[in-house]
Design a protein around this ligand. Sequence first.
Ligand SMILES: [Zn+2]
Length: 390
Amino acid sequence: METIKSYKVPINAPKDLIKAYFEIKKKTLNEILKHINYSKHGKAHLKFGREDRRRLRNKLLKNWEYAKHYVDSAINSVISLVKSWITLHNKGRAKKPPSITRKTVYIKTTLFKVKDNKIRITIKPRQYLEVDLSKFSYLPKDYDRIGGLILQENKLIITFKKNVEVKNVKDCASFDANLTNVTGYINGRIVRYDLRKLYHIHRVYEEKRRRIQKLDKTKPKTSKRLMEKYSRREWNRARDIMHKLTTGIARMLTSLNHGVILEDLKNIKERTLRKGKDFNRKISKWNARTFQYMLEYKLRWLGLPVKYVNPAYSSQTCPLCSGRLTAYGGRLMKCTRCGFIWDRDVVAVLNLRMRGLRGCPERGRGIHEQGSVDADAPQSLHRQIKAYAG
Ligand SMILES: [Zn+2]
């Protein structure tokens, strides 16, 4: 299985190339939009054949001083932009016509070479931009190859690729990320990672934004600049905390040889919409998505399986007797059948584990090798739950 990891490195990009590329993308878009036909029911359809492409390419190559591959890459990226717009449009979900907004250059593999840990990007014929990867200690060294690059004004985004065999794991941990913590069930224990520091950061920046908003009328430009600056800092700090947490968990799961069970967030609405305040809901959602996203790609890179299970009712079902849980003040829930009092987050990870265990690990024999662990799992889990409860 191929896995990928993307990293940013700071660089001084050739501004003239970025500008020229932005311009030809806009020209390309104007040209391609002329090739959209609409049916009488208003459905869009792109008719842009090989001959149209050749003509457009020749037109764009006039006075083009950079490597020719950039023109091809611009045409390709605009075509895929238009195609995804058409899909949206035909579903009735496109609000605005497509436009080119971001000044990014996609550099396909034909435009660079990797040698001695250095990337050499062709800008013009015989003019190169060299990026020495050994200068950035945080970049992975255990990769097989480098995929496409994305060039922006002050950074280069590098995609590393690696072929990984999914390991036969001994067991799976389960995690649930919330507004103020990540709760996990790891190797028979409930573990809780505090996210209150992260929550506090968001609160501080929320307060800053409120103050900046007062400048909106008198100094709109300053207000906008400050908003952007603070919001960039806020999310950088938040991402930083999540990176540290998920890297730590990935390391621990590697040493335990455990996979992971997470909740399928497609159904996130069911659980978060009832959680009150917009601000908290937004943070809670971001925490859950970012935690999963980061943990998943880190584990896949290490060959550990990641499994998603449907969380429906997982916060309302008693892990001991499957009875219905009702609110019992604060974060607590009480079982209407057996009377057990639970912590809400603990209920979620235990139920995720029960649901996910049957199919985890994803591939190979894993836990099945130890005999009929599959059938015993719920029982041994019950023993562990009782140990936790006691
Ligand atoms: Zn119960």
